[in-house]
Design a protein around this ligand. Structure first.
Ligand code: COS
Length: 382
């Protein structure tokens, strides 16, 4: 098992250093979506690595997916995020919830990179307060009519398929009437680009849905089930994006470390100053503890532990803070070089900021953890 993981790590690292690294700057600087690379990742089985083998994927569990994301993120956060959304959010939901016919038709295309998918939950009104969304999914005749606006949708600009969450009744019922539907891109969907600070080139968009009509087969989660489906995907996503954060932090640490061994100040390499060594020791500890949490959370998921949702929140809270701190210190340790576009740490710093916001802000994660504490008291996640 451990041997399998180290083979996986080695092969993703080799692929990413050859095929992802040379594109990382272009993706960021030009806000460029690497469509051909996405297909290549599909052929490698690392675009949606969670997809079972009978649906065209590599069939990796959450630990394997985490290793893939960690390794991709070392070379490009954006490329790792594309895999995270396509895999952990979109195909995860379809594999576990879509009618068999729909899953068999759509999932292999998403795994191979022939099609792009997106997860559309957040709206202009409501990001953290997901149970308050406005998008409507109404029964009219024998069809469902979907209407609303989604925002901050990763891959929204390029998606062929959208998993859209909406409500089938009044907002006062909060999460109890939220459903999920699969929409195929057509003239009822307009997407508008949104310029973002980090994770550029991932097609972040506003998605305007103007009376799209679908049949019963396209209902991925019926009313009452939709919110649960979103939360389940976000729990897994919170671990996966933490793995991505570990990869970003490793890359920032390594670049700063290498700089500090070469940079001479006051007649010796900067790394010889104890103040610098102590900072590195702190960063190293943050990275190792984040990775340990990710792997432990993946273990709890595999066991089907009821504590997995809170463990996912703990993992993301810690690792997002760790990634931002490591990236911030790496920029500082490298001085003017870290602040310039010559370095990768400048990009990693901008990328890492999303980790404190996307897939649950740090405040929402604290809310999830606090609810657990109030319900279970001092119960450890053993
Ligand atoms: N995992 C599983 N179930 C969860 C859950 C989680 N992480 N969080 C909440 N739930 C369940 C609750 O157990 C409750 O279920 P029951 O009705 O069976 O009791 C239900 O969902 C509603 O939860 P709650 O009563 O706590 O609802 P609130 O509206 O008060 O809070 C939060 C829900 C804030 C936790 C939820 O909206 C959330 O996670 N928001 C952040 C959304 C997000 O991450 N957006 C990013 C989009 S992708 S970039």
């Amino acid at each position: 098992m451990e041997e399998d993981l180290s083979i996986l790590r080695k092969s993703v690292r080799e692929f990413a250093s050859k095929s992802v690294a040379p594109l990382a700057r272009k993706i960021d600087a030009e806000n460029w979506y690497p469509r051909e690379l996405v297909r290549e990742m599909g052929r490698m089985g690392i675009l949606a690595p969670n997809v079972p083998e009978d649906l065209g994927g590599a069939g990796l569990d959450l630990l394997g997916v985490s290793v893939v994301l960690e390794e991709l993120a070392r070379f490009s956060g954006s490329v790792a995020l594309i895999s995270e959304v396509q895999g952990t959010l979109v195909t995860h939901i379809l594999v576990n919830n879509a009618p068999k016919r729909v899953a068999e038709e759509v999932v292999p295309k998403l795994a191979s990179g022939d099609a792009i998918g997106s997860f559309a939950l957040s709206e202009p009104c409501c990001g953290s307060d997901a149970a308050n969304i406005e998008t409507s999914i109404e029964r009219q005749g024998g069809e469902w009519v979907v209407k609303g606006t989604k925002t901050w949708i990763t891959q929204g600009l390029y998606a062929d398929y959208f998993i859209v969450f909406g409500r089938t009744g009044p907002r006062s019922e909060r999460h109890r009437n939220i459903a999920a539907v699969l929409l195929k891109r057509s003239s009822c969907i307009k997407t508008n680009p949104i310029e973002v600070m980090g994770f550029r080139g991932t097609g972040t968009a506003e998605v305007v849905i103007d009376e799209c009509r679908v049949g019963d087969d396209d209902i991925i989660a019926p009313p009452r089930e939709g919110f649960k489906v979103a939360m389940d995907a976000l729990n897994v996503g919170r671990v996966a994006i933490s793995a991505l954060g570990v990869g970003l932090a490793e890359a920032a640490y390594e670049e700063a470390y290498s700089f500090l061994t070469q940079r001479i100040a006051f007649e010796k390499p900067v790394i010889e100053f104890q103040a610098i060594q102590f900072t590195l020791a702190d960063l190293y500890t943050l990275i190792e503890s984040s990775r340990s949490l990710v792997y432990r959370a993946a273990e709890l998921y595999k066991k089907g532990s009821e504590d997995f949702p809170v463990m996912a929140a703990v993992t993301k809270l810690h690792s997002s803070q760790a990634s931002v701190r490591v990236a911030n210190e790496a920029v500082r340790l490298m001085g003017g070089y870290g602040y310039s576009k010559e370095s990768n740490v400048e990009r990693i710093y901008r990328d890492s900021k999303l980790l404190e916001i996307g897939e649950g802000t740090n405040e929402i994660l604290k809310l999830v953890i606090s609810k657990h504490l109030l319900r279970h008291g001092a119960k450890w996640l053993l």
